[in-house]
Write a protein that binds this ligand. Structure first.
Ligand SMILES: [Cu+2]
Length: 187
């Protein structure tokens, strides 16, 4: 019995030695990518920044977003300046580029696409599967928000959209946040 045990231990040791001598697998080259938009939303969409609601996103407002990915995570930061004070704005990254019509930006970016569109199922329309950046403005109309996702984009989202309400989470309304107030093209 003692001999058997010793053999087993020796075998385990040999395996460990082989593993230790094996060359380490080549490290994956970290891929970093940055998507961003900085602009002053306006009715004409100059600079790729549209305002669809001059009351909630007035002239003089500034919006900046940076999304940094790699190699396995994505962090996104949103800064808003000069919006209406003390208000909540829904905000997400959307799949398509902005256009004169608020609908141009298309649906939210989803890491795992919901087979049912428009997506209002909390299993897909949630801040782990999408990039949510809801922001509450201070007394000066400024605000900051951030999101963290445990993946990198399958395909790059093309825009940031500000909405009229905070983002809802209940079944049938998940991901919705009221009217689209502004849109910035990401590059
Ligand atoms: Cu949205």
């Amino acid at each position: 019995m003692r001999f058997m045990l010793r053999s087993v231990l020796a075998g385990a040791g040999a395996t460990a030695a082989v593993l230790a001598l094996s060359p380490a697998p080549a490290a994956a080259v970290p891929r970093l990518s940055v998507l961003h938009a900085v602009g002053a939303p306006n009715a004409a969409g100059a600079g790729g920044a549209y305002s669809y609601d001059a009351a909630r996103v007035p002239s003089g407002a500034h919006v900046a977003v940076w999304s940094v990915s790699g190699p396995k995570r994505t962090r996104t930061l949103l800064f808003v300046q000069g919006l209406k004070p003390g208000q909540t704005y829904g905000a997400h990254l959307h799949a398509n580029a902005c256009g004169a019509s608020p609908a141009a930006a298309g649906p939210h970016y989803q890491q795992v696409p919901d087979p049912v569109q428009p997506s209002t199922d909390p299993a897909f329309a949630n801040p782990e599967n999408e990039v949510w950046l809801d922001v509450h403005t201070d007394a000066a109309g400024n605000g900051i928000s951030r999101s963290f996702n445990k993946w990198v984009f399958r395909t790059p989202p093309r825009s940031l959209v500000l909405h009229a309400e905070h983002t809802h989470t209940e079944p049938g309304k998940a991901g919705t946040a009221g009217a689209r107030l502004a849109c910035l093209n990401l590059s």
